[in-house]
Design a protein around this ligand. Sequence first.
Ligand SMILES: Nc1nc2c(c(=O)[nH]1)N[C@H]1C(S)=C(S)[C@@H](COP(=O)(O)O)O[C@H]1N2
Ligand SMILES: [Mo]
Length: 514
Amino acid sequence: MHNTHLSPRWLGGVTGLVAGALGIAVATLVAGTRRVWRSPVLDVGDRVIDNVPVWLKELAISWFGTNDKIALLVGIGFTLALFAGLLGHLASIGRMRVALAGVVLFALIGSWSALGESGSSLSFVIPTLIGSLVVAAALIGARRWLDARGAFDASPTEDNAPYRRTFIAGLGATAVAAWGVWFAGNRLEGRFSAAGSRNNVQLAGGADGPPIAPAEITREGAAPFYTPNADFYRIDTALVVPQVPADSYRLRVTGMVDNPIELTYEDIQARGLVESDITLTCVSNLIGGGLVGTARWQGIRLDELLEEAGVQAGADQIVGRSVDGYTCGFPVAALDGRDALVAVAMNGEPLPLEHGFPVRLIVPGIYGYASATKWLTEIEVTTFDQFDHYWVPRGYAALAPIKMQTRIDSPRGLDKIDAGQFAIGGVAWAQPTGISAVQIKFDDGPWIDTDIADELNGSTWRQWNHIWDATPGRHTITARAIDQNGTIQTVDRDEPLPDGVTGHHSVVVLVSDT
Ligand SMILES: Nc1nc2c(c(=O)[nH]1)N[C@H]1C(S)=C(S)[C@@H](COP(=O)(O)O)O[C@H]1N2
Ligand SMILES: [Mo]
């Protein structure tokens, strides 16, 4: 004669939770023993990122901004916890087979996810499989232990059953152990960090700390001309930052070239670095958004490297491949003399890990998704017919020239300011053509030319401002730019998908009497 459930009822769910935590912890520890293995949580996260519909990705970026990855990990953690709790509950009500089938399902999802990692081999499933075995063993072990103490016998003394205190203490101890194992796994993984390698890098000349923008190219009210590395937006599909040490680094130039090339990090530096100021822009940047930034990049010229490799007739696409499998693609024809770089430095420092250390691509005038491969490992010369880069099957355009935009940096939307003098300011960009003028208007008034700063080059944004004598009331300020060809920025609004937003930025400001 058996009870239908364990008492108290929640004990089964908590047992599942602890078993699940132990399983994830052990899988993380196992993953930490080899550079290429990953915790199943990260593998699953990577598959979610690769397969999530774009509308959901755009929504996640607009909700969580650059915290979208943390949001994803929290979501996965929450789902896993619910699932583990359910399995534990099933095991406690005598549905052990169903619970174990759930563990097998988990193992299958984890294994499939691990095999989807770039450069995966069959061994990638080992952390998941060991973790799943631990979960199964913990569920069975707990059930046996309770059975042996009569926890499921008919009419147990409800509130002071002798097993309960020991069992709960055991659960607590296991949870602590799981935390310890998980912590150890992360420490082990820390061995593979590229932070030490980055600290040891000596840049070959040129790089001498953050650049300082001269007054002629800046205007009060606009964001800093050079975006400090720490404030530079980060967008990528990498759930954890790929760790690529400089000393084992290789860049290969392959595909439709006469002379394939292979370069070490030192080879790149030895060629002599050039520097170029370029504004990088994300296709997902919304009107008025912050997914755009300007840096002084240092590297070697991509056109020179490709000339050496000898691009063959018929090739029309350059693909930049990352260690994590990500790919960018842009036209061979885009190398029209513009400063496209195989970059190793950003604002006078080796590339930060999250911005692509040790080597990335930077191509002026093309949205980052199609040009700016971080953790670059291969440049493949091919055709658009033969290869779709990462975001193309996901609905983005294969060709991704940056569209002209103007952003108002101050005032911010719905700011309350005092009547009197106020510097309305911002930035405008139309790489690689360049901006010739920025105009603003108040409410439905006429367009007024702003005081535009000098142009540094066509591939960087241009700052502008207008010293306004603010009058009390509610005002809408709208801005637009005109590029160096005389094209006026369109008022028509476009979504980021498939090739970037258009439309004017406007802000509402509340001016109070002083
Ligand atoms: N390996 C890799 N490189 C990548 C991406 C990525 O997801 N993976 N995202 C691209 C996109 S969409 C943009 S906008 C830029 C952003 O570069 P940042 O993070 O240094 O600002 O990197 C590009 N390079
Ligand atoms: Mo992007």
